[in-house]
Design a protein. Structure first.
Length: 216
């Protein structure tokens, strides 16, 4: 088989999630940057892979795939190496639940409403929306409490296993962005298991290999 090609952007949270899965599985892959904000939008060749023009997308031996969750599961199940999902039905369900929680409730407040408002907007000389930051802090804190509750003394989010799962890989880029804002760092510090988990994740070779140009 040829090496898979991942299309995305180094700054993208969801592209980084897919790259983390590839690195954790030790998959040799090619990374191609795509500018979805270019004048005129993404190139037509990319829209054939991702009809909605978002990132990331994966191409492997004529098989095209988009949506981060689908890409990560394909990487885990389609390549040899240490599994990134538990063997039990309950363990896999918990991983899926955490990923769903992160997409539905954590990504927007942590990344857009706290990180972008507090970190990126000042860097661009734009005004910050203090009300948006304050409102997002409550939901972000609730997400952190729920995640910490699943750990049960484990070093990883699903409370089982001796290495990260897809749930950890999904969470790490979001929480790294959150931690870059003072409010986010304070929220994380209130949850000792999550704070320790984040430092553990940051130390992994996969995280170092996929550093974001915006925060790392």
């Amino acid at each position: 088989m040829t090496a898979p090609i991942l299309f995305g952007a180094a700054y993208s949270v969801y592209t980084r999630i897919a790259r983390l899965a590839l690195h954790e599985k030790d998959v040799d892959y090619e990374f191609r940057e795509i500018d979805i904000f270019a004048a005129g939008g993404p190139p037509y060749s990319y829209l054939r892979r991702h009809p909605f023009g978002r990132i990331p997308a994966l191409s492997h031996d004529g098989f095209d795939l988009f949506e981060t969750q689908a890409i990560c599961r394909y990487v885990d199940e389609g390549f040899p190496g240490r599994p990134l999902q538990p063997a039990s039905a309950r363990g896999r369900a918990r991983v899926a639940q955490i990923i769903g929680l992160l997409d539905a409730y954590a990504y927007r407040p942590m990344v857009w409403d706290i990180f972008v408002e507090r970190v990126r907007k000042p860097a661009r000389g734009e005004a910050q929306d203090e009300a948006k930051i304050a409102a997002a802090a409550g939901l972000a804190g609730r997400c952190l409490r729920v995640l910490a509750g699943y750990m049960g003394g484990s070093p990883w989010l699903i409370g089982a296993g001796d290495h990260p799962s897809l749930a950890d890989l999904h969470a790490a880029p979001m929480l790294t962005h959150l931690a870059a804002a003072p409010e986010g760092a304070a929220l994380i510090a209130r949850h000792a298991p999550i704070a320790a988990w984040l430092e553990r994740m940051k130390a992994r070779a996969s995280m170092r290999a996929t550093r974001s140009p915006l925060i790392d």
